[in-house]
Design a protein around this ligand. Structure first.
Ligand code: FAD
Length: 385
């Protein structure tokens, strides 16, 4: 006897796991049985209290809108200004270069998670919450086993959307991101700044809720991040204004500060028999250029496409569909990972020659349309083959 509980078990209810559950629930035709395993544990990450803001591209917005997962509050980015602290080079990227209404949108992580939660709760997905779920055995008799709260479930396919793991860590960037927001004396709506410094990149983004405020993602050394976290508001605001420069006038911190340690994690094999890994569980990137969730949502889209034939008959072996998925996603994952891995490191070498070369390359990017377009297009849309 087959003794299967679910066609698909999704582990992890971050934005990627939720988006996949929602996409499976909206499919035309016979719906697969789906379970979403969520960790409700004080020591686990809780999407509802995550303070991150995310820059998402147009493709991610369209996808989330189709899932009814797009939040009410967001801010468009129409111009991106890229510069290097202490050097001349800079480049400007405008939405008019690409004939799109916006280069991207700033949205709160928890608003996306909350919206998708609501949608998934209204659908047919079985929600299983409690202790972190574990995949207990790879495959026996056409299924993989998952344990949670002392119970074991069997699923034909397991999709791991449970975020980055210590054992897939490839690089510690020796940087922490401080997330907060600040009010600018001379606010400029729709503009985003990415400023490369010797400590790490500083992103100043339009705030998704307050029109006269900016969201701040300040990457710096762990020691400085801890000092900045402990500093009083006036000291923090002065340090931020000095670090960013005077383009927006003095900046005054608005909200509490939170720290995220930054590392690159990459899972070598995204498919192991009936177990497939997507989103941050497959690759967790440096937040420079805001690529992680955009890439994770493309994983969801790619997996949905690859599974279509199998979903018509879930009794068949999903191996060919899963291997086709892994192959089709390889180039996008590699290019995005290499770009976001290089960018935060190349400006922090402390070597004046390299820094000067980087400044010149920003200038070259600004002056040379054929160079600027492919880079910006990849960051905007991801890999298209
Ligand atoms: C500072 C910062 C800024 C960023 N900015 C951007 C940006 O501008 N644009 C962008 O696209 N991306 C950005 N990212 C990346 C983005 O946040 C991630 O790519 C995205 O959150 C990945 O979603 P996910 O669902 O795969 O993983 P996660 O968000 O990590 O969610 C995974 C969930 O799985 C749960 N889980 C873990 N283990 C288990 C288990 N065993 N059982 C059940 N549940 C489990 C966790 O508790 C967690 O809630 C940024 C990241 C950081 C750190």
């Amino acid at each position: 006897m087959e003794n299967i509980d679910f066609d698909i078990a999704i582990i992890g209810a971050g934005p990627v796991g939720l988006a996949l559950a929602r996409a499976l629930d909206r499919m035309p035709g016979p719906l697969p049985t789906v379970a979403l395993f969520q960790a409700d544990h004080p020591q686990m990450h809780n999407p509802a209290s995550d303070t991150r803001v995310l820059a998402l591209n147009h493709g991610s917005r369209v996808f989330l809108e189709q899932m009814q997962g797009w939040p009410d509050h967001f801010s468009p980015i129409r111009t991106v200004h890229v510069s290097q602290k202490g050097r001349l080079g800079r480049t400007l990227i405008s939405h008019t270069d690409f004939d799109v209404p916006a280069l991207g949108y700033v949205v709160p992580y928890r608003a996306i998670a909350a919206r998708l939660h609501e949608q998934v709760n209204e659908g047919r997905t079985t929600r299983l919450a409690g202790a972190p779920a574990t995949v207990t055995s790879r495959t026996t008799d056409g299924a993989a086993s998952i344990s949670q709260n002392g119970k074991t479930y069997r699923a034909r396919i397991v999709v791991q959307c449970d975020g980055a793991k210590p054992d897939t860590r490839l690089r510690d960037y020796n940087q922490h991101a401080i997330i907060t927001s600040a009010r600018a004396e001379l606010p400029r709506s729709d503009w985003a700044w990415e400023r490369f410094t010797r400590e790490g990149p500083l992103a100043v983004l339009p705030h998704p809720v307050f029109t006269d405020a900016q969201s701040i993602v300040w990457c710096t050394t762990p020691a400085r991040a801890r000092a900045l976290l402990a500093a009083d508001e006036a000291t923090f605001s002065r340090a931020l204004s000095e670090h960013f420069g005077d383009r927006l006038g003095p900046l005054t911190v608005l909200e509490s500060r939170h720290i995220f340690p930054l590392a690159l994690s990459v899972s070598k094999n995204t498919v192991d028999d009936r177990i497939v890994t997507i989103g941050n569980a497959a690759q967790a990137l440096h937040p420079v250029a805001g690529q992680g969730l955009n890439l994770g949502l493309r994983d969801v889209g790619g997996l949905m496409g690859a599974l279509q034939p199998w979903l018509l008959n879930p009794h068949q072996d999903p191996g060919p569909a899963l291997r086709a998925f892994a192959g089709a996603r390889r180039a996008d994952r590699n290019i995005t990972r290499q770009l976001t891995d290089l960018m935060p490191r190349v400006f922090t070498t402390g070597n004046p020659l390299i820094e000067h070369a980087c400044g010149l390359s920003l200038l070259a990017l600004d002056l040379t349309e054929p160079l600027r377009r492919p880079l910006a297009r990849h960051l905007l849309q991801g890999y298209r083959n």
